[in-house]
Ligand binder design. Structure first.
Ligand code: PMT
Length: 402
């Protein structure tokens, strides 16, 4: 979402300013253009030259500097931006903003800004918690300024508490989500995604599982979040890093996954069930590791697990319900049966015996089967691209219902 975005970064005089340097670098790597405005106090910590080098643009520091690109119409700087970010934001600039004070370049351009403004407070805990600062932040929030909460932790002043500026990557993700929520075509929608395989324990060290890595489901969650959706990702164990801006609920067993899905179900608009779910679980789970015996064989009695997707299908009201079918034979017939039995709007059928498809591959080759009986075949493509098409189709199904 940050590609091509124009961001003005207002930097005030706080110790956290060193993080702003990394932030500018991160934003540029994401394709954003960044122009930095520094207060006099900020320049006591770091010279404008540092930000000029990192941002690739002149740094604005004064209303009166004739050499500044935006010197005549300092207001133009505020109008140029897609977003005005203040990081770090001291108690001083927050107070000035709340009271409409414009006594330097930063506060003046902020007063003139028509673009969205995001403030990242960073200060001593007592200053942050002071009633004046809290009242000022509340005032700003009531005027539509977005406040990114500071983190708690060890502060430069030696205190352990709230007031730390979030890390550059956290601010970058926050901006990403901020733009996605404003501009993405899935903004306002809630999406539930399941991913990876469930595990059914046999004893404390063994389980019945499957080969799902989570790549397919994580790709769907990532794509939905980048398009502005509120995403809940219910995931079985996976080695993957959770996508940014996604609420992750980690589960292990099918019953836990069912519980997590049911808890979210009423509130979501779209469900994409990419998880590979165990159909059976061992009836008895041993408390201790099962010892090897002299017998040549061992029997584990398995009980049937609930079918999560079928349960959701039975309770479907407004949701668009999309399942996956992992098949090794009769792909279309088996998938079609699942669409009907589980009351789905669409199923993504993958023949998991194919190369570059199915479990743990970075690509997938799928056929989309609709409740209408129509079938659409997709070429081999990266899972993130498959995710995009699945979400496009889910949106079309939703639109056709309205
Ligand atoms: O994670 P990756 O390594 O990227 O691999 C991706 C994948 C191959 C796991 C994925 O593309 C996929 O096919 N997921 C579905 C796997 C599966 O469980 O298929 P199934 O045909 O057994 O189940 C059909 C549907 O019912 C699935 O949406 C499944 O989540 C759901 N199900 C199945 C059984 C059960 N008890 N409850 C369910 O909800």
């Amino acid at each position: 979402m940050l590609q091509g975005k124009k961001i003005v970064l207002g930097v005030t005089g706080g110790v956290a300013i060193f993080k702003s340097v990394q932030l500018v670098s991160n934003l540029r790597k994401q394709g954003a253009e960044v122009r930095v405005v520094m207060t006099d106090h900020a320049q006591e910590f770091i010279t404008p030259l540092m930000f000029a080098e990192i941002s690739g643009n002149k740094v604005a520091t004064s209303m009166w500097d004739k050499n500044q690109e935006f010197h005549v119409e300092h207001i133009a700087l505020a109008n140029w931006a897609d977003c005005y970010l203040i990081a770090p934001a001291t108690a001083n600039i927050i107070a000035k903003m709340a009271n409409g004070i414009a006594d330097d370049l930063l506060s003046t351009t902020l007063l003139a800004a028509t673009c969205p403004v995001i403030v990242c407070p960073a200060m001593n805990t007592n200053m942050y918690e002071n009633a004046a600062t809290q009242a000022n932040l509340a005032t700003l929030a009531s005027r539509g300024v977005t406040i990114m909460e500071p983190n708690a932790g060890f502060l430069a002043c030696g205190v352990n508490g709230k007031g730390r500026m979030p890390e550059p990557i956290e601010i970058q993700n926050f901006l990403d989500e901020f733009f996605a929520k404003r501009e993405g075509d899935m903004r306002g929608l809630k999406v539930l995604v399941t991913a990876a395989g469930t595990r059914e324990p046999i004893d404390p060290v063994r389980f019945v599982g499957n080969r799902s890595s989570g790549k397919m489901g994580y790709a769907v969650a990532e794509m939905a979040a980048s398009r502005g959706a509120d995403v809940i990702l219910v995931s079985g164990p996976s080695a993957l890093k959770p996508p940014a801006n996604v609420k992750v609920i980690n589960v292990e067993t099918t019953c836990e996954m069912l519980e997590a899905c049911l808890a979210a179900y009423d509130e979501v608009d779209i469900v994409i069930k990419a998880a590979a779910v165990a159909d059976y679980r061992p009836r008895d789970v041993a408390d201790q590791k099962i010892k090897k015996k002299n017998d040549d064989a061992m029997t584990v009695v398995m009980d049937k697990n609930p079918d999560i997707l079928k349960t959701l299908g039975g309770k479907k009201t407004h949701q668009v319900l999309v399942g996956f079918a992992a098949e090794t034979q009769n792909l279309l017939d088996n998938a079609r049966e699942k669409v009907v039995k589980k009351n789905l709007d669409m199923i993504v059928a993958n023949d998991v015996t194919m190369q570059n498809a199915g479990f743990n591959a970075d690509t997938n080759i799928v056929k989309l089967l609709y409740a209408s009986g129509d079938v659409k075949s997709l070429d081999c493509m990266p899972k993130i691209e498959v995710a995009k098409v699945i979400l496009d189709e889910a949106l079309k199904i939703r639109a056709n219902r309205e």
